[in-house]
Design a protein around this ligand. Structure first.
Ligand SMILES: *Cc1c(COP(=O)(O)O)cnc(C)c1O
Length: 429
């Protein structure tokens, strides 16, 4: 009898097949070859028959040529750093696709001359915060702080409170980032209490600027005191406020979270923020404030190393002008509506033989801001061991395991994705 392995289709034969040729045009030949090789190996190991190789390889082809896989964030953490922070709005995704080819990012189609890079996004940002005389956009908020330190505090001091020496995450610390520019840090006050006199005593001819950093991922409670921007502006040094979260205006759902408009009105000379936290846009660093300072940042040699690409500019503009993006929408979602959705999903899953219950839940903003704020939410509760299976699905669904149950929190799932969650759970049975 012939060796059944001899019947395993050869790679060049499969690549000549129209279905594989089409996939190779879309994904590139290496990815298609890799899927074929894996299926051939499964056949050689006896896991599948030789006849199954083609279908098995086709089924294993990735959806895109990137290894980044789509994930449904059912963790209840609105801004989840490990899941890429803010998911873009449909409007922002469309804008990214349109700008992906050649585009007039730095070109005036009317006169055929060079134009200001990203003027549409800058205009949208300026319109969102009329209190800012000028705006600039860099790679992320860390880059915005870096640029402030380089441009405003070379061989000078940055005065900041010991209560605001923040580690952002992954071991990165704002004071170390600032010190890396050569600026000197002048720490004032204590971890829990800093007074206006502490700042006043430190400010002098060597001061580059005073920095206020929003403690966006921790809370100090008890015997505490801090100085607001409005008091600091009277001391004569420029005041830079890092709000982190990226709220452009006050957000009713988060009354204690700082926003750019309020701090500029209080007299801040510059405000820095992230684009991919509560604003709900692409990774970006937003700089808003006095024209002379912003112009100085924009013209600093390092600005070129920190600039954003056309895709970011496209997504940012669409985030600012388009319909409310997923993160701010999740922030405002009505808990009654969330519970209704959880009940409908749990019913549908129970009908499919799954041990599913609708339960109350608590969502949080996450690394993006509002530490300690609990957002009432609703979840579908599944047996704990489902967590791994759901992560292995396509799309992957990432929930959170609490007291032995796998909770799928619906505050971080858009209502139109409920059917995707349903299908993913049913597929994981
Ligand atoms: C998140 C955060 C940063 C860093 O912002 P990136 O956009 O991630 O670079 C800086 N400062 C504060 C207060 C933050 O919350």
């Amino acid at each position: 009898m012939a060796d059944p392995r001899r019947r395993i289709p050869r790679t060049d034969h499969l690549l000549a097949d129209a279905r594989f040729a089409e996939a190779a045009r879309r994904l590139g030949t290496p990815l298609v070859k890799a899927a074929i090789t894996a299926a051939q190996q499964r056949a050689r190991a006896g896991e599948i028959t030789a006849e199954r190789v083609a279908d098995d390889a086709l089924a294993a082809l990735p959806a895109t040529a990137s290894s980044l896989r789509p994930v449904l964030n059912a963790t209840g953490v609105l801004v989840h750093t490990n899941l890429g922070r803010a998911p873009l709005s449909a409007a922002a995704l469309d804008a990214v696709r349109a700008a992906g080819g050649c585009t007039d990012v730095e070109f005036d189609l009317a006169d055929g001359e060079r134009a200001r890079r990203g003027r549409g996004a800058l205009a949208a940002l300026a319109a969102a915060v009329p209190d800012a005389e000028a705006v600039h956009v860099v790679n992320n908020n860390a880059a915005a702080l870096l640029l402030c330190a380089l441009a405003l505090a070379q061989d000078k001091e940055i005065v900041l409170s010991r209560g605001e020496l923040v580690e952002i995450g992954d071991g990165f610390r704002i004071p170390e980032l600032l010190a890396a520019t050569g600026a000197r840090l002048r720490e004032v006050g204590t971890t829990n209490r800093t007074s206006l006199a502490d700042y006043a005593g430190a400010i002098g001819p060597r001061t580059g600027f005073v920095l206020k950093v929003h403690p966006s991922n921790f809370q100090v409670t008890g015997f505490t005191a801090a100085v607001g921007v409005a008091e600091l502006v009277g001391l004569g040094a420029p005041v830079v406020a890092d709000i982190g979260s990226g709220l452009m205006r006050p957000e009713p759902a988060l009354p204690h979270e700082p926003d750019a408009a309020t701090l500029l009105r209080a007299g801040a000379d510059l405000v820095t923020a992230s684009g991919d936290k509560l604003l709900g846009g692409p990774q970006a660093g937003l700089l808003l404030g006095r024209r002379a300072l912003v112009d100085g940042l924009r013209r600093h040699p390092a600005a070129r190393a920190l600039r954003v690409d056309k895709l970011t500019l496209a997504a940012l503009e669409a985030t600012l002008l388009g319909p409310r993006p997923p993160v701010p929408a999740a922030l405002r979602a009505d808990v009654g509506a969330l519970l209704g959705r959880a009940r409908r999903l749990a019913d549908a899953l129970s009908g499919g033989g799954v041990d599913a219950l609708a339960v109350d839940s608590v969502a949080v903003v996450g690394g993006g801001g509002a530490p300690g704020v609990e957002l009432p939410s609703a979840a579908v509760s599944l047996p704990g061991h489902w967590a791994g299976r759901l992560r292995a699905g396509d799309p992957a669904v990432v929930g959170r395991v609490e007291r032995g149950r796998c909770l799928l929190d619906l505050r971080t799932i858009a209502a139109q994705d409920d059917r995707v969650v349903l299908a993913a759970v049913l597929a994981a049975r």
